[in-house]
Ligand binder design. Structure first.
Ligand code: DMJ
Length: 458
């Protein structure tokens, strides 16, 4: 499928969400599409195994590898850990088995090196937990616990309970007290699941305390700024944003409620959401956006919208605000229609891409899936189908799928990296949207911010 055709298809798709009636279009064969997604996953996996099995990330253009955690140090098989539950839910059992074998034989966290607590939590602890949930392989749970234990000093050594950003896996030495909401409040799903699995409540309490410590420091208008010193509690910026580096903090407030029924999380979610809707929601040219605002006055600072913020459409839906959820997804659908591939950054006031890269991002499809799970409507599948077809056009390379360095050129200029989350996120989202697989419970489920399934694999 060529780019011009896809752009036309995108343009036709944008009003779909806004209109109440569906445009009569030939109905795609969703199950055939799902098989295509599965085949692409199997192909990419084989390339990864043959080229750089065990390395953190493949470079799909050159066939090389790129570390994620320790430049020059040991890899942690990040792509394997991220892929596990995706392989499982797709029924790629031999591949999942291959991954588990590598993990059992090679993964050892007794390393004299420091890791970023947030990324390690959502990717490694989360990936191992979802792999364990799917396969019941005990070694995966043991490794998840081992890693969470090694990350714990970041929380326990902090005077406020908000974690330091880095910790040495062997010595427990901590570093960097200047942190961000996502790096402080994105633990309850992984740490809480670990508490449930091990019967040790310490993990849950640690994650909850960190979240509450941040929430308690919110401004009088119930917003948080995006930088804070975790030792002193002093804010380091005035910028409130639903995008990075705050994004998944809001997501995990809802998740603490959804996964564990903890009303404290629901209250925190409600308080922040009311403030975000009041001070940040902005309608412009018939679209809905969420600008950055001053966290104490609510005054708009800029109209930049990070692609990563597209997850918020799904979160609004989960929280029950279907109208704003659909409006926000429709705003992003229009940007897709305009560019084909979403740019990393978009200024909605000027209608220009401020950052023309695309880091092979999953957030838009994440929202399509979250809406589809609540309201199984082919419109969400259709938006995801366009996203998928365009990914194949712009990102497919010799040995897998890659980031795009410039979406504004024809053809788009490819980079050379498949980020770890690609294995855990969009491939799984496409599959779940198109396949109706019986390995997934479409009614009762939970997917983390990294797309890791902690509830719902069958
Ligand atoms: C993922 O690592 C997670 O979704 C995280 O919360 C932010 N986004 C990246 C992928 O874009």
């Amino acid at each position: 499928m060529n780019r011009r055709y896809l752009l036309k298809a995108f343009a036709a798709s944008a009003p779909l969400l806004a209109s109440t009636s569906l445009v009569a279009a030939p109905k795609p064969n969703w199950h055939a599409l799902a098989q295509d997604v599965r085949a692409q996953m199997a192909w990419a996996w084989r390339n990864y195994v043959e080229r750089c099995f065990g390395q953190d990330q493949i470079k799909p253009v050159s066939g090389g590898a790129e570390p994620f955690f320790f430049p020059g140090g040991p890899p942690l098989g990040l792509s394997i850990v991220e892929a596990l539950d995706t392989l499982y839910v797709m029924g790629l059992d031999a591949e999942a088995e291959e991954g588990i074998r590598w993990i059992a034989d090679h993964l050892n966290f007794d390393i004299d090196g420091e890791l970023q607590v947030f990324e390690t939590g959502i990717r490694i602890v989360g990936g191992l937990l979802s792999g364990w949930h799917g396969t019941k392989e005990k070694k995966l749970l043991a490794l998840a616990k081992d890693m969470a234990d090694r990350l714990s000093p970041a929380f326990t050594k902090s005077p406020t309970g908000m974690p330091y950003r880095f910790v040495n896996l062997r010595t427990g030495a901590v570093r960097d007290p200047v942190s961000f909401p996502a790096e402080i409040g994105t633990y309850i799903a992984e740490w809480g699941t670990l508490s449930k699995a091990t019967g040790d409540k310490r993990y849950y309490d640690m994650a909850k305390r960190a979240t509450q410590a941040l929430f308690e420091r919110r401004s009088k208008i119930d917003l948080v700024a995006d930088t804070i010193n975790i030792e002193t509690g002093a804010w380091g910026s005035r910028r409130a944003s639903i995008g990075p580096p705050s994004d998944s903090y809001f997501e995990y407030l809802w998740d603490g409620w959804q996964l564990f029924g903890d009303a404290d999380f629901k209250r925190m979610y409600d308080v922040h959401t009311a403030a975000i809707v009041k001070y940040q929601a902005q309608e412009m040219n018939g679209d809905l956006w969420f600008p950055q605002v001053d966290f104490e006055t609510g005054q708009i600072q800029d109209h930049h919208q990070s692609e990563l913020a597209a997850f918020y459409a799904g979160l609004l839906a989960q929280g029950g605000d279907m109208a704003r959820s659909k409006a926000y997804l429709a705003s992003w659908a229009k940007v897709q229609a305009k560019f084909g591939v979403l740019p990393e950054g978009y200024d909605y006031a000027r209608a220009v891409a401020e950052r023309v890269t695309n880091e092979l991002r999953p957030e838009f499809v994440d929202s399509c899936l979250n809406l589809f799970l609540l309201e199984p409507d082919d419109r969400y599948r259709e938006l995801a189908r366009l996203h998928y077809e365009m990914m194949k056009t712009s990102s497919r390379a010799a040995y897998g799928f890659t980031i795009v360095d410039d979406i504004s050129t024809t053809p788009m200029k490819q980079g050379d990296l498949c980020p770890g989350y690609w294995w855990s996120e969009q491939m799984k989202y496409y599959w779940l949207l198109f396949s109706d697989t019986d390995r997934f419970d479409y009614k009762t489920n939970y997917l983390s911010t990294e797309g890791n399934v902690f509830v719902g694999l069958k």
